[in-house]
Design a protein around this ligand. Structure first.
Ligand code: TMP
Length: 209
């Protein structure tokens, strides 16, 4: 495991597709900046690394990559993301809000049958443990309805209903397994209501540190 730079705060936002991670992560960054924190948004898979680009291309391909190959690409992309963005930002004392991290690999590649412990162990060889995971919890039916309403191209191969249900189940099990790390928030309410809850939680969390 890499040593975590102690000065900054590393928060990751997780949840199934359609749960509003990107919207809420970006709103949280804006909110924290308005409070005077130096907050920065990052995301995985990245758009600049070769493995990240390869993965993004694969999202709309008719066939999924073999799960082990997919997992390795996410891991390679994660190492690049950590070295290029997260670790330097944390060393500079910033609050880093990351839209997806290794819990996504546990949930998504785990849903395809790859062993959870293996996924966690391989990640912990190269990744730092975040200070907090915000899990946005949404039912699969509602997530799919939101995806269809928002996107012209509709649902991608990562987002088929059975897949998402398994992903959701794994996320909730992870939250049970790591209760000190995870904060689960129900996101069935409006963006504004959920964002206000998140802001209250984050302010308290940062104040207590
Ligand atoms: P996005 O919805 O945040 O753009 O993420 C793209 C997809 O990548 C999403 O369907 C989840 C998937 N994913 C994994 O399967 N494993 C991972 O480790 C990560 C970071 C994302």
């Amino acid at each position: 495991m890499l040593e975590s730079p102690s000065s900054g705060v590393f928060i990751c936002v997780e949840g199934i597709d359609g749960s509003g991670k990107t919207t809420h992560s970006r709103l949280l960054v804006g909110y924290l900046c308005s409070l005077g924190f130096d907050a920065v948004y990052t995301t995985e898979p990245t758009r600049y690394s070769l493995p990240g680009r390869r993965l993004r291309e694969s999202f709309f391909a008719p066939e999924r990559l073999p799960v082990e190959e997919e997992f390795r690409l996410f891991l390679e992309d994660r190492v690049i993301h950590l070295r290029a963005e997260v670790i330097p930002l944390l060393k500079d004392g910033k609050v880093v809000i990351t839209d997806r991290y290794y819990f996504s690999s546990v949930a998504y590649q785990g849903s395809r049958g790859l062993d959870w412990n293996y996924i966690l162990e391989e990640n912990l060889k190269v990744a730092i443990v975040p200070n907090l995971v915000l899990l946005l919890d949404l039912s699969v039916d509602e997530a799919l309805a939101r995806i269809s309403a928002d996107r012209e191209e509709g649902v991608n191969t990562f987002e088929k209903k059975e897949n998402l249900q398994k992903v959701n189940d794994i996320y909730l099990k992870l939250a049970e397994k790591f209760p000190k790390l995870f904060h689960v928030i129900d996101v069935h309410n409006s963006i504004q209501t959920v964002q206000e809850e998140l802001q209250t939680f984050i302010s308290n969390f940062l104040e207590k540190r």
